[in-house]
Design a protein around this ligand. Structure first.
Ligand code: PEP
Ligand code: MG
Length: 550
């Protein structure tokens, strides 16, 4: 038996065969040969991409419908436009390689779209960038790494990006280990949301273990390769224990948490897609406290249309049958790169760059389209929009102006929507916490994003395991910012919740109740456990108060 230690970031113990997957890395950049040669390369790549788009259109039409598949026909048409080919060809004649030329063409045409008045045409900017990226990918010989499994097993990868994690098939992936990674990365968060056991930062793993029987302990961060009989027994006991624990948690189903002062504390769920929403509803979530819409965008591998977004948001609302569904607007950038938005790439400090609302305000057509889709879905149930990474009040004011435009356009088109759809914000930068009183006057609710609030307050990259020591135990500075936020929310009469991973940490529950948090949003599988903890904290607090009285 071999034992490999790492950092357990999600779940329980699982057993299965190990499949080692490594990313295909590309190093050598292509060097300009001759204009004639580069033009030929460009023509060949275009032919390949056209075939790919035709296939994608066919597959999407079969799986999701003709309307959803239309986007690929639009992309093909864009490539066939005279401007697209001519501009690229001219740049090649000036001495650019085919990939440089096609990316520059994409950028030039995107700027032309963005300068147009119609929001529909502005939204085409992302499409033309997406097309040129796809062609550049083919030119670079870049292939995507294949994580599909023929039978259920455990994946061992050098690393997994959030975009790859979100595409994992939960029925086939029993668990995963990665050579790198950290506790609060979006990959780890996704593993918890999807309830997939995961261990990260295990160091290098030898290819000779591929196909071997393994036990993965997601709690303690251990991978046992060819486990002996004793570990086999530990595994069997742990499965039994998990079952009993789940059964015991069932007592909290249907219970509601009300403090001695009569305040209701709602236990909601974080979701990255419709599957998680369904899981949340099945686990008695009192709402969706955070739907990370960027994962929806990642699944599409391009910018989903308004229609596509609308149908997903509407579906989420319908699964939650009358319970509030908070959809966070696109939080791309940093570790969640969408490569069809060029300004999210090549930043020296992406976590401090054009991320989340900053990116959406830069490409306002994206936000406009998303808000239109959300307003349309608001006609079908209680939905709310939540804006990530607000730093200064002006950003929120700009978002609200775009929301007004989205509503105005729906009014003109006689499309139904709820004009009172709440718009809340994430408090996840120290600046937002310090501005909380002002911001509370401008929005309908706060949700504290502890993952980023910790990262930005402590200047400790959430992706970097070397600086985790700064975050444990949680420094007073972060607690004070949370307290200020809760106090500002209370003063303005707006609810304040927690949707960062700290909500899932039982040792923090009493603190959250103490500062006045009224909603805790956690991975769907953790709802009943956290509700049990909240009920226990409320009981203890009442007991304490009774003792003080007598
Ligand atoms: C957070 O920062 O706490 C949060 C919930 O957002 P994300 O983890 O998606 O950045
Ligand atoms: Mg965040």
């Amino acid at each position: 038996m071999e034992i490999i230690h790492g950092k357990g970031v999600s779940g329980h113990m699982v057993r299965g065969k190990l499949r080692i997957i490594r990313h295909i890395r590309h190093t050598a950049a292509h060097i300009f040969t001759s204009a004639e040669n580069e033009k030929e390369r460009f023509r060949e790549a275009c032919a390949k991409v056209k075939d790919e788009l035709t296939d994608l259109q066919k597959q999407t039409a079969e799986k999701a419908g003709e309307k959803e598949a239309e986007i690929f026909a639009i992309h093909r048409m864009m490539m066939e436009e005279e401007d697209f080919g001519e501009c690229t060809s001219d740049l090649i004649s000036e001495g650019k390689t085919a990939e440089e030329a096609v990316l520059q063409t994409g950028e030039t045409l995107a700027k032309m779209f963005l300068a147009m008045d119609s929001p529909y045409m502005q939204a085409r900017a992302v499409d033309v960038r997406s097309v040129s990226e796809r062609i550049a990918d083919v030119l670079n010989g870049r292939e995507t790494t294949d994580f599909t499994m023929e039978s259920p097993g455990i994946i061992a990868a050098d690393d997994l990006t959030p975009a790859e994690t979100v595409m994992l098939d939960k029925n086939m992936i029993l668990g995963f280990v990665t050579e790198r990674g950290s506790d609060n990365s979006h990959t780890a968060i996704l593993a918890r949301t999807m309830d997939i056991p995961a261990v990260v930062d295990i160091g290098s793993i030898d290819d000779k273990f591929d196909g071997k029987d393994c036990i993965l302990d997601g709690n303690n961060g251990v991978l046992y390769i060819e486990p002996d009989a004793e570990i086999g027994r530990v595994y069997d006991d742990s499965c039994l224990y998990d079952l009993q624990k789940k059964k015991a948690e069932e007592q909290y189903r249907g219970k509601r948490c009300i403090t001695s002062e009569g305040t209701s504390i709602r236990i909601c769920a974080n979701a990255g897609g419709i599957d998680d929403v369904m899981e949340a509803a099945a686990n008695d979530a009192e709402g969706i406290g955070l739907f990370r819409s960027e994962f929806l965008f990642m699944r599409y591998g391009r910018c989903p249309t308004e229609e596509e977004q609308f149908s997903v948001y509407k579906e989420a609302v319908s699964h939650m049958s009358g319970r509030e569904t908070i959809i966070r607007t696109l939080d791309a950038g940093a570790d969640k790169q969408l490569k069809w938005i060029p300004s999210t790439v090549q930043e020296n400090n992406p976590a401090l760059g054009l991320r989340a609302v900053r990116l959406c305000l830069r490409h306002s057509a994206l936000l406009y389209t998303q808000l239109r889709a959300l307003y349309r879905a608001s006609a079908f149930g209680p939905i709310a929009a939540m804006i990530p990474m607000i730093t200064i009040p002006e950003e929120l004011k700009q978002v609200k102006r775009i929301a007004e435009q989205a509503m105005e356009s729906l009014r003109m088109e006689n499309i139904q929507y709820n004009p009172y759809m709440p718009i809340g914000i994430m408090i996840e930068t120290p600046s937002a916490a310090l501005y909380a009183e002002e911001l509370a006057e401008l929005c309908d609710f706060f949700s504290i994003g502890t993952n980023d609030l910790i990262q930005y307050t402590l200047a400790a990259d959430r992706e970097n395991p070397e600086v985790i020591y700064l975050t444990r135990p949680l420094p007073k500075s972060v607690m004070q910012l949370m307290e200020m936020t809760a106090a500002a929310g209370k003063k303005a009469g707006i609810p304040v919740g927690i949707c960062g991973e700290l909500g899932n940490d039982e040792s923090m529950t009493a603190f959250f109740l103490h500062i006045g948090i009224t909603k805790i949003s956690v991975p769907p599988a953790q709802i009943l456990r956290i509700r049990g903890k909240v009920l226990e904290s409320i009981r203890e607090e009442s007991l304490q108060k009774a003792k003080e009285l007598f």
